[in-house]
Design a protein around this ligand. Structure first.
Ligand code: PMP
Length: 497
């Protein structure tokens, strides 16, 4: 059958014991067992190159982080009502990564908790209730956050936009209304001004403007230069605070030698929220803010979070930063990888009628599929097809954006231009190589990887299979089931070429 018995069994048990609103990636979900660096490995030892990996951004199961967690859990794991060096050491190390005024940390366990707390701090400081948010944005899963996340309230199962939430358009430089204006950043920032004016006429004040440093769910759009700076000025003039949600774009994801997305916009927020890559997969998240805002929040009510700031979480955070500091020396190499990947994707765009835009920086890239370049109509069906078909060939990608036609590309930051380890293995004498592979029980998708080593980047390999030729902008694709059925009995990645 198309799905293995093991997978079917797991899926029916999920249905029995878990809420039906949980979803899985891919039509044929992956029954995962292990993670190693840039690879996820399934129960049959099939390795998948993981290109939608933000939490484990140092690579899956990084040994230094795993060791730090294990050692700390074996020694002590407790909460912030006790005094321990791990907490203060990590807070000090973390704040050093921010502009001087962002100096105070609150530790929590998820991006949602961080954003929820950020809203509370903003309300406490401004005594206001209204929020300006970006169209298509997602900030977390709590009741409060769903209400400020157009990605959710505008989507399936959504509800009308709450009266205290003001949505502004994405500064979209590909298909947006102001893309051809002489100063698009200004034109888009003026929408925030309009929202602030409307708020004023209805007798309201802004608590905060919340926006990612680089947009993710809204379609992987980098913000135009000076957009954030102008918006922050407008919001502050009306007494609101500026929150940068760096859950996705933080910790070097957006490249260009910048740690945070907001740095690309040359702006400094009042509150920053962190999550995903902070613990490399371990639940660790934070709010970083100013002394002034933290003081407004301290109204006598204790802030306590059982696991937030736990000894183990702090030790993991430190381990992640230790690796990052080492990797800082490799910054140039990492930049080269991001630029190479983007250059190759741009070559694909030039060759194929159905790729409208390639955007982003660092290893936070979006590729927008369109029906054809002249109409630029979104092609969500093709996007889903590419995602599914790539999965069948051992490459994990995802889709996002307001029209769900943007391929999201976020490989672990340890991605190298060439899979060096593999090259090294290939250079070893063959018997030793076989022995190693058997010992590791790790069967890599050799053909696509070989192709990527010697010819091009892996994505190119995959896209070549599915993307239309310029003369046939909307090609007919055979149903995935038919294509994949012959593959599933084998190790899928191997049959890629
Ligand atoms: N903010 C952004 C930008 C996110 O992408 C997410 C999660 N996808 C969150 C907040 C919520 O984080 P978590 O799932 O860790 O609660």
């Amino acid at each position: 059958s198309f799905r293995s018995k093991e997978l079917e069994n797991q899926i029916s048990r999920r249905k029995a014991f878990l809420g039906p609103s949980l979803s899985t990636h891919y039509h044929n979900p992956i029954l995962v067992e292990r993670g190693r660096g840039t690879f996820l490995i399934d129960f049959r030892d099939q390795a998948f190159l993981d290109f939608v990996n933000n939490p484990a951004s140092l690579g899956h199961c990084h040994p230094h982080v795993v060791r730090a967690a294990a050692e700390q859990l074996a020694q002590l794991n407790t909460n912030t009502r006790y005094v321990y060096a791990e907490l203060t050491d990590y807070a000090e190390q973390l704040t050093r990564l921010f502009p001087e005024k962002l100096h105070v940390c609150f530790f929590v366990n998820s991006g949602s908790e961080a954003n929820d707390l950020a809203l509370r701090i903003a309300r406490a400081h401004t005594k206001a209730q209204d929020f300006i948010v970006m169209e298509g944005a997602y900030h977390g899963h709590t009741e409060e956050l769903i209400k400020i996340s157009p990605y959710k309230f505008d989507g399936k199962g959504g509800f009308p936009q709450p009266a205290n939430v003001w949505k502004v358009p994405v500064p979209d430089m590909f298909r947006g209304d102001h893309r051809s204006d002489s100063n698009p950043a200004r034109s888009y920032a003026l929408h925030v001004k309009t929202a602030l004016d409307k708020m004023k006429t209805s007798g309201k004040r802004p608590a905060a403007f919340i926006c990612e440093g680089m947009l993710s769910t809204a379609g992987y759009h980098p913000l135009p230069p000076r957009y954030l700076k102008q918006v922050y000025e407008l919001v502050r003039e009306e007494g609101g605070v500026c929150i940068s949600d760096e859950v996705q774009s933080g910790f070097g994801r957006a490249g260009e030698g910048k740690m945070w997305g907001f740095e690309l916009g040359d702006a400094v927020p009042d509150i920053v929220t962190l999550g995903k890559p902070m613990g490399n997969g371990f639940p660790l998240a934070a709010v970083v803010t100013t002394k002034e805002l933290a003081a407004s929040f301290a109204n006598g009510m204790e802030y306590f979070n059982t696991f937030g700031g736990s000894t183990a979480a702090m030790r993991v955070g430190q381990a992640v930063l230790e690796i990052r500091r080492k990797r800082d020396r490799e910054e140039e190499r990492r930049r080269a990888v991001g630029r190479h990947l983007k250059k190759e994707l741009n070559k694909l765009r030039d060759r194929h009628e159905c790729i409208g835009d390639v955007r982003g920086s660092g290893l936070f890239l979006g590729l927008e599929f369109v029906r054809d370049k002249s109409s630029c109509l979104p092609a969500p069906g093709l996007t889903t097809y590419v995602v599914e078909a790539s999965r069948c060939r051992g490459l994990l990608l995802g889709s996002d954006g307001i029209h769900n036609n943007v391929l999201k590309i976020k490989p672990p930051l340890c991605l190298s231009r060439f899979p060096c380890l593999l090259l090294l293995l290939l250079l070893l004498p063959l018997p030793l190589l076989l022995l190693l592979l058997l010992r590791l029980r790790l069967r890599l998708p050799l053909l696509p990887l070989l192709h990527s080593v010697f010819l091009n980047n892996p994505l190119d390999v995959h896209l070549h299979h599915f993307v239309s030729s310029p003369r046939h902008p909307t090609p007919h694709f055979p149903p995935l089931r038919k294509r994949a059925s012959g593959l599933d009995g084998h190790r899928l990645g191997r049959s890629a070429l």
